[in-house]
Write a protein that binds this ligand. Structure first.
Ligand code: SAM
Length: 407
């Protein structure tokens, strides 16, 4: 999602429906739609299954005590530099594969230093540490999939998490300050906090779309972009988060977090949409979904002569997406607009028409199709070898309205 596109989208909705107060993103990711909505003074609520996404989005919703953040940033760097301990603060299978001993030592010093700060500041500092981990691990970083660099390259590379963190944290403090100033200019801040409702939750939208922050009413607007397909074969958001999360205190993201999410490098992706092919057989899922969506039953026909796992991949993804739609519709207010940014992927050489499937599935749940806009994606880090990138050059924003009780 591009922030400016989302801001214009939400502004356009506000023009036709000025009484919109709250926005919900059930696949909140890095919080692009929320930031766009905050800058328009709306109550912002988001949910994601990936703890790193939740952390990022939480940080973007504040608080914004910038002078104190600058002080804590300096303090962490100072403390870490003065730390003489050689204790390693992470322990997971593969730590020596992914981190040189020197990098493990410096990341440990940073982790200890961050732990000495208050929680609101720690969250921001963990985000900076996450990026430090990404840049100083032995992962190639060119794709979302974990892939170690060749041994010779690892030997030759000089990495210093301390220096990397020092450079990143300064820039990150400036970014927070710029975000704060934008909100302040519009009068949306109260003593450094975003003055409107906001909450980001860690959760699985196929299991539950929540009325967050004790809301008794539903949401007025949905702005979201669901995954393109199962994470394993599209964008492995979970793998991307795996190494950073090993160095972050997970309880700072959510007190009730299930630490099993880091059981393997694949666990978050396995829990995401379409990541698990369990309970039902593919045949049963295909039958149920085919009856709900003509676009899907056509797709299953096109996949019939392909290897069986292609159909399964598509079927289980939409089974989970459809479960999300049920939960989402239950928390949206009548007449709420819903803006879905989607892209069609290819499976077994066939284009999967997510825009049509989503329309079929939402219409049978009482949503009215309003309009759509198509746009080209210019820069996205996608896997290039398996041809996924080529099929994702166009994104569509589909707009629906939940049918009101009187409609
Ligand atoms: C396309 S990304 C969203 C990107 C976001 N719009 C942004 O600009 O950063 C899809 C998100 O859906 C999340 N996701 C996948 N399955 C989920 C589920 N079952 N429940 C909640 N979130 C899920 C992924 O973790 C990922 O962050």
């Amino acid at each position: 999602m591009v922030p400016e596109v989302q801001r214009r989208l939400v502004s356009a909705i506000l023009e036709v429906k000025p009484d919109v107060r709250s926005v919900y993103d059930p696949f909140v990711g890095a919080g692009t739609s929320l930031v766009a909505s905050m800058r328009l003074g709306l109550d912002c609520y988001g949910q994601d299954i990936n703890p790193l996404a939740v952390l990022l989005s939480k940080v973007k919703t504040g608080p914004f005590h910038c002078d104190r953040l600058d002080e804590y940033a300096d303090e962490v760097v100072r403390r870490a530099k003065a730390d003489a301990s050689s204790a390693i603060e992470a322990n997971f299978a593969g730590i020596d594969k992914w981190f040189r001993p020197g990098a493990q030592g410096e990341l440990s010093k940073l982790r200890r230093a961050i732990r000495a700060c208050p929680r609101w500041a720690r969250r921001f500092l963990w985000v900076v540490l996450a990026e430090t981990v990404r840049l100083t691990s032995n992962d190639r970083t060119s794709t979302y999939k974990l892939h170690a660099r060749p041994d010779e390259e690892i030997e030759e590379r000089e990495v210093s998490p301390l220096r990397t963190f020092e450079g990143l944290v300064e820039k990150a403090c400036e970014d927070v300050r710029a975000h704060r100033e934008e909100l302040d200019r519009e009068g949306f801040l109260r003593r450094g906090h975003y003055g409107r409702g906001n909450r980001i939750a860690l959760g699985n939208t196929s299991a539950q779309a929540r009325r967050l922050a004790g809301r008794r009413v539903g949401y007025d607007l949905l702005v979201t972009s669901p995954p393109y397909g199962d994470n394993h074969t599209t964008v492995t958001y979970g793998q991307h988060a795996y190494l950073p999360l090993q160095w972050i205190d997970l309880g700072d993201i959510d007190r009730r977090i299930d630490e099993e999410v880091l059981r393997t490098t694949q666990e978050i992706d396995r829990r995401s949409l379409g990541g698990r092919q369990d309970r039902a057989t593919t045949k049963e899922v295909v039958e149920v979904l085919g009856a709900k969506s003509i676009a899907l039953s056509d797709t299953f026909e096109r996949l019939e002569d392909k290897p069986h796992d292609r159909t399964a991949r598509v079927a289980f993804f939409y089974r989970d997406l459809d479960a999300c739609l049920e939960n989402i519709m239950a928390v949206m207010n009548d007449d709420a607009y819903m803006c879905w940014t989607v892209a069609n992927r290819r499976v077994g050489g066939e284009e999967i028409p997510t825009h049509q499937v989503l329309r079929d599935l939402l219409e049978r749940r009482g949503a009215v199709y309003v309009t759509e806009v198509e746009r080209r994606i210019y820069h996205k880090r996608m896997p290039t070898r398996n041809g996924t990138s080529q099929t994702m050059r166009n994104e569509r924003i589909l707009v629906f309205r939940k049918q009101g009780s009187l409609a």
